[in-house]
Design a protein around this ligand. Structure first.
Ligand SMILES: O=P(O)(O)OC[C@@H](O)[C@@H](O)c1c[nH]c2ccccc12
Length: 261
């Protein structure tokens, strides 16, 4: 079994367990509908930097990245740096994140927050809304076309933005539909962990202009951002490059200043 299959199998068990404790209707009753979600796609369209900065303690590919920071400080730092949005990993087993991290990030900033999770069930989308996210991630590699449609339409109904992630042409072709706001190209292969920024460049021309294009993973230089902008990317998802430093907010600030200089 590859790592992605393992993650999805664990996720299925996790969601089933949660459903047995708090049912979907009960969860729905606790959704914070009074908080209007902020559209990350809108922010990215108007931004010069396009940075979506991620909170990531560890990952299956890199093991420990940074275990010692408070998510509140990281969230405030990213917002002060001028990041367009923040991504918060909520998977516990493989990335060391949690829904608590999402809540704490939400309480610390008003910039749009992406719940970074392996979403396979509508329950996780209602959860994302209930815990204060503005955006959800859907990963084409683990979902059928029908699932992408159902899940993205549910998210839109809750006022959330949808970022759909692809890694190759086949995934892109099955996924294009009007209920998505942003198309993310993951430069990292989630099965082999290989990173190649050329994947963003190659897939760019196949993504229709109505979607905001986001390049994800393995970005560590302002030069890379400049190149990706030539290929019409308006969003750049960066985790490790900031999180491996003692002050991710300061690192993001310097990075963003260089982009807009
Ligand atoms: O730390 P990086 O290489 O800058 O990558 C960030 C982000 O793109 C990456 O964490 C990611 C992209 N898609 C995912 C899906 C699941 C988990 C993690 C991810």
């Amino acid at each position: 079994m590859n790592i992605l299959d393992k993650i999805v199998a664990d996720k299925r068990k996790e969601v089933d367990l949660k459903k047995s404790l708090i049912t979907l209707p009960q969860l729905e009753a606790s959704v914070m509908m009074e908080r209007t979600s902020v559209s990350l796609a809108e922010v990215l369209r108007k931004s010069n930097s396009g940075i979506i900065a991620e909170h990531k303690r560890r990952s299956p590919s890199k093991s420990v990245i940074n275990q010692s920071l408070s998510v509140q400080d990281v969230a405030k730092g990213y917002a002060d740096a001028g990041a367009c949005g923040m991504s918060v990993l909520t998977d516990g087993k493989y990335f060391g994140g949690s829904l608590d991290d999402l809540v704490l990030a939400r309480a610390s900033t008003n910039i749009p927050i992406l719940r970074k999770e392996f979403i396979i069930d509508e329950y996780q989308i209602v959860e994302a809304k209930a815990y204060g996210a503005d955006v959800i991630l859907l990963i084409a590699a683990i979902l059928s076309k029908e699932e992408i449609k159902t899940l993205s339409e549910l998210a839109k109904g809750l006022g959330l933005d949808v970022l759909l992630e692809v890694h190759n042409e086949e995934e892109l072709e099955k996924s294009l539909m009007p209920s998505l706001d942003m198309l993310g190209v993951n430069n990292r292969n989630l099965k082999s962990f290989e990173v190649d920024l050329d994947i963003s460049k190659t897939l760019s021309k196949k993504i229709p202009d109505d979607f905001v294009k986001v390049s994800e993973s393995g970005i560590s230089s302002v030069e890379a951002i400049r190149e990706l902008k030539e290929f019409d990317y308006q969003g750049f998802l960066i985790g490790e490059n900031f999180m491996k430093t003692d002050e991710p907010g300061e690192s993001a600030k310097k990075f963003i200043e260089k982009i807009i200089a």
